[in-house]
Design a protein around this ligand. Sequence first.
Ligand code: SF4
Length: 346
Amino acid sequence: MTTSSAYNLSQLEWKSFFKLHNLSENLVPYWTDGLYKNRSLWKEHISPAQIDLIQNHYQLNLPVISKILESNDGTYKFQVRFHDGLEVESVLIPFHKKYTICLSTQVGCAMNCSFCFTGTQGLKRNLEAGEIVGQYLLLKNWLLTKNPNSLLPSIVFMGQGEPLHNFNQVKKAIEIINDPKLIGVGKRQMTLSTVGYLPGMQSLKEIPQINFALSLHSPFDDERQLLIPVNQRYPIDEVLKKFDDLTFLKRQFLTIEYLLIKNFNMTEKHAEALQAKFYNKKIIINLIPFNPFPGTKWERPNLDEIENFKNLLVEKKLRVMVRRTKGDDILAACGQLKINPMVKNL
Ligand code: SF4
């Protein structure tokens, strides 16, 4: 039985498939409408024999939701299971009557960041484009069932995995999700977050219109590599140079993600170094109070310490905002995603 997902294919690839199998290319829009919107749409145009033929080559099922946790702030964390039994977590985050879906791009992660729960589980495998698209469809469909008037959720590639470590599949997922004939999420509604995995950054120009986020967390290499070990191979200035080489379009941003860790990266010296790197650049610094998880050595600062560091940056004329932590009571906040093997699945 095939395990390759039908959600791996772009419109163009469906056209080639239909041609190769002597099916009329005119059927492709009916086929993809049924696949992405409602399968009852196949009734009039796609015969059961044609569906069988396609099913011999592609798996038509979406991954399954094996567990849902609800936070008391309205965030939902989903455990999503793939055909081989492996699972990732995807998160639905409410924000001013809209929603954002945080997607995973790998099962586990190879980057081993010390502030991140996912990093402690190592890399199990890359996700295919169809598995990334599948997470989006599952959560979007779930949301629409609950609230039919919801707008199409935005996307952050900030779940489990380093997206640029799985560049080709992530790029393809972006193209499929962006295609108005398939799903139609605008590129400005997508943000890809990276720790600065330089080999993957060589290809950033191939996905030119989405927003980017860089997990910086310290302006100093020696300190940053305590948090992000790949910094030893890919130092900060080389990573920033890659973003400098990109041409940013209107309403396109680079966000600098900065975890606030008590007694570690929140001094005047840090604020000065951030000013030296980012003054007058088209960036926003997003301050994220550290989300504790079991076994971590890092601590979360208190509200006064957070406010104090924010003010230091504002005084230095940097654009800055403090991210309100969402879903930390269910370990759905940034850096907290990890499948708990002790949790019983549905
Ligand atoms: S922060 Fe991102 S890149 Fe680092 S270990 Fe966690 S998932 Fe991987």
